[in-house]
Design a binder for this molecule. Structure first.
Ligand code: BGC
Ligand code: ZN
Length: 366
């Protein structure tokens, strides 16, 4: 059984032929992997820089990959039939000691005892076949098979929006027509997370700025145009203009310097909220007392956004189907590259470096 393994904290990857089957939970469903997506977290593991990465107990390696689309090969659970398209959920509760874990929400695990496929204490999905527990499988409609791989990264954002709207229940955040159409959002970063976040907030009715520090690439301009997003280059037009415009919601997906957080805080309107998604990789957020005073006066919030669970995967699949219908040009541009698993050199390259203009790269197994 072919698989891609890593040995954190050691950098690098290896293609191996595993003799022992990989099983999760009751292992009632045999899943054949059709595709894997590559994300920034995979690359951090491959570089040996993701400090949370660790193999399952008793081993010194783990199978990489947390974004996957599979097909049921065999099942002893009557709810799954051979041929069904399925997507595995990546974060799972470990021993279920925490109440959130017991109700299917290890994204809010208080015991910090969750595992994450391909990252934290659990084998991932860059593998030919494996056996999974139906509790952690989401059915995927065949109509969106081409873009379904985006449902895992999008699930994190569905959860984020749900959380932001729940926090904002503290005020009246809907407009005089009961929608979010009068609210303005800024999304920093235009990679997969930034683009999907911008599209999702647009779907909820926000006016959305997609922000980076360079001119848009041709594909970014086309996506912004078709979906009605506003592209903003802050290297050219400055952060001060954004601070004067003021935003109800600011999202950081850059994974860059933590110093940007100060500017993002200063962009917030009264009652506004800053969501931090992904991990800053350098720098410090120095927030002077006067900025904090205004933050308090404005009753602002900063929230960390992480991981989606089954309801969020299901919502992500519905939104992908909706986007395919209303923004067909956009959805065609979201998968920027497909690599065959047999092209090992290219797979290693894609797992090491992000390409210019990349949104989502997928590895195909069939
Ligand atoms: C995944 C999340 C996960 C996070 C932290 C991201 O790449 O998409 O679901 O919780 O990494 O490990
Ligand atoms: Zn990811």
């Amino acid at each position: 059984m072919k698989a891609i393994i890593v040995q954190p904290p050691k950098p690098g990857i290896e293609f191996v032929d595993l003799k022992q089957p990989i099983r999760h939970g009751n292992g009632a469903v045999k899943v054949k992997i059709l595709e894997n997506g590559i994300c920034g977290s995979d690359r951090e593991i491959v570089k040996g820089r993701l400090t949370t990465a660790r193999p399952p107990a008793g081993k010194d390696w783990l199978v990489l990959g947390h974004e996957a689309l599979g097909a049921v090969e065999d099942s002893v659970d009557p709810r799954f039939k051979p041929g069904d398209l399925v997507m595995p959920i990546n974060r799972r509760s470990f021993e279920g000691k925490c109440l959130n874990c017991l109700v299917g929400r290890p994204d809010f695990c208080e015991a910090e005892e969750y595992v994450e496929a391909g990252m934290v204490g659990m084998d991932g999905f860059m593998i030919e076949y494996y056996y999974d527990d139906p509790k952690y499988l989401v059915k995927v409609p065949a109509e969106i098979k081409d873009i379904a791989i985006l449902a895992q990264p999008l699930s994190d954002l569905e959860k984020s929006v749900e959380e932001i709207l729940a926090i904002q229940k503290r005020v009246i955040w809907t407009c005089d027509d009961a929608t979010y159409n009068c609210r303005r959002a800024a999304v920093f970063g235009t990679g997969a997370t930034g683009t999907l976040f911008a599209l999702l907030l647009k779907t909820y009715g926000f006016e959305v700025y997609m922000i980076n520090r360079r001119d848009p690439l041709e594909s970014e301009a086309a996506i912004a145009e078709e979906a009605g997003l506003i592209y903003y280059n802050y290297a050219k037009d400055g952060l001060d203009k954004l601070k004067r415009m003021r935003f109800d919601l600011v999202i950081d997906t850059t994974g860059g310097s933590a110093s940007l957080i100060k500017d993002e805080v200063e962009m917030l309107k009264p009652n506004g909220i800053l969501g931090l998604f992904g991990f800053p990789s350098e720098g410090e957020a120095v927030i002077p007392y006067d900025v904090f005073q205004r933050f308090i006066y404005k009753a602002n919030v900063i929230v960390g956004l992480i991981n989606g669970q089954k309801p969020h995967f299901q919502l992500a699949l519905l939104h992908l189907a909706q986007w395919k219908a209303i923004w067909p040009g956009v959805t065609k541009r979201l998968i920027t590259r497909v690599i065959s698993i047999n092209d090992e050199k290219e797979v290693i390259k894609a797992l090491s470096e992000k390409e210019r203009g990349e949104i989502k790269v997928k590895i195909k197994w069939d």
